[in-house]
Ligand binder design. Structure first.
Ligand code: AMP
Ligand code: GLY
Length: 414
């Protein structure tokens, strides 16, 4: 079987490693891939992940049996619809369903319609109306979201009126996220512990994966700005029976809504929740795997992941169930100095061991050398019989690589 993997970050390298374990795999192709993925797949770096025509002609030429979509952008752009029309199954939902991630408003209206617990909200398409709303706010913080995709930066939590008005000006007047900010959603501010849940689905059956812990802040002790994620481990502490029951009942409403809306969602649904004093509520949906949660989930999966995801993409998981290895995995993200703000690129990476010992997130070749090309550069991922052993192994790997300005959190697992 030939598989085409879309994406070129750490998440996709982790998925690639899992897919090549399958003895059903003939060739793994990747667009655009990265130096890590290139050690196990044939990469085509000249095609953009949102150039649907080019992706389809590549897939047809290489007789691809499955397109596995890593990031959200190709899904929101409609790669699934085009590929399915051409008879190629895709692990990833169609464009309509991908709006669950692509439009905050779509997601909120979906949840409202199907009684899924979430923060109350108001939407505005007019800057003046949005400013009027702010004038009436009496308690802070509030939450303001740009409706469209904003590279994970479209959420602000103003703590006073000035910050709220500045946010509206950035989103709606200065259009710092382009059209993504033409519509804004105000949300009630929720408090509680956050958790990410991942469900693999064929559109009808939703299989919950084990929980993974993600560390979002840049520095130790959860200090600094939010990042895409600076580390992770799995399994995360197990959910109590009563919380799991509440989550299951929430998920039933989500699944029911998705089926009624004919979403035909085949892929992974990422449900970000907050355990509020009133029970779990949905913060957001994503139509892709989390990064760096994927890096610790993949090594623990005991299924033939290619066989499983192809079945989901074909809309027929049947009686398949997820199986898990009885081990732990940990991931330490090695980032560029300055991240999540601005950072230099092109720093030469010196590896004490084989570069393919690492998951590559933001690297590229420059001649014979591998240099940095992103904020999150490498992931030191390891497994162990215990959580402590997995963390020790990951940190040992993290210490064996250097580049100018490199930093990582020292408290992953705490
Ligand atoms: P999102 O991109 O929607 O996940 O939002 C990014 C982050 O903003 C979340 O992980 C939360 O930490 C925070 N956030 C989003 N919505 C809310 C809310 N209604 N109340 C409190 N925090 C929120
Ligand atoms: N680690 C959070 C995300 O992938 O959105």
């Amino acid at each position: 079987m030939n598989v085409l993997l879309l994406g070129g970050g750490g998440r996709e390298h982790a998925i690639a490693r899992k897919l090549v374990e399958s003895d059903k795999l003939k060739t793994l192709y990747a667009i655009p891939g990265n130096p890590g993925i290139e050690s196990i797949a044939e990469v085509e770096s000249s095609i953009s992940v949102t150039d649907i025509d080019e992706i389809l002609s590549f897939a047809k030429e290489k007789q691809v049996d499955l397109i596995f979509c890593g990031p959200e952008a190709p899904l929101v752009a409609g790669v699934t619809d085009a590929a399915r029309n051409a008879g190629i199954p895709v692990f990833g939902p169609p464009q309509y369903a991908a709006q669950l991630e692509g439009s905050k408003l779509f997601a909120k209206e979906f949840m409202e319609k199907y009684n899924v617990p979430t923060a109350g909200f108001h939407k505005y398409t007019s800057y003046n109306d949005a400013c009027e709303h702010v004038e009436k706010v009496t308690t802070y913080p509030i939450v303001i979201k740009a409706d469209g995709l904003a590279a994970g930066k479209g959420v602000r939590i103003p703590v006073n009126k000035d910050e709220a008005l500045a946010t509206l000006e950035d989103f709606m007047v200065n259009k710092i996220f382009g059209d993504a900010g033409s519509t804004v959603v105000f949300e009630e501010f929720m408090t509680g512990e956050e958790m990410s849940l991942f469900y693999i689905t064929d559109g009808k059956k939703f299989m919950q994966m084990i929980a993974a812990k993600d560390y979002k802040k840049a520095f130790d002790n959860d200090e600094g700005d939010n990042t895409g994620g600076m580390g992770s481990y799995a399994p995360h502490q197990s959910l109590s029976d009563s919380l799991q029951k509440q989550i299951d009942s929430m998920m039933e409403k989500i699944a029911d809504g998705m089926i009624r809306e004919n979403m035909d969602y085949r892929g992974v649904l990422y449900v970000g929740i907050m355990i509020t004093p009133d029970g779990p509520k949905v913060v957001e949906f994503n139509c892709r795997f989390g990064d760096p949660e994927t890096q610790v989930l993949m090594p623990l999966i005991d299924n033939d992941f290619l066989e499983l995801t192809l079945a989901a993409a074909r809309g027929d998981l049947g009686t398949r169930e997820l199986a898990w290895k009885d081990i732990y995995a940990a991931c330490v993200v090695i980032a560029s100095g300055g991240y999540p703000g601005s950072y230099p690129k092109g720093k030469v990476i010196s590896f004490e061991t084989d570069p393919s010992d690492y998951i590559h997130a933001g690297t590229r070749f420059e001649g014979e050398e591998i240099v940095t090309s992103g904020g999150r550069v490498l992931n030191a991922v390891a497994t162990g019989k215990t959580k402590a052993e997995a963390l020790d192994n990951a940190y040992r790997l993290a210490r064996q690589v250097q580049f100018d300005g490199a930093f990582y959190r020292k408290d992953i697992g705490s």
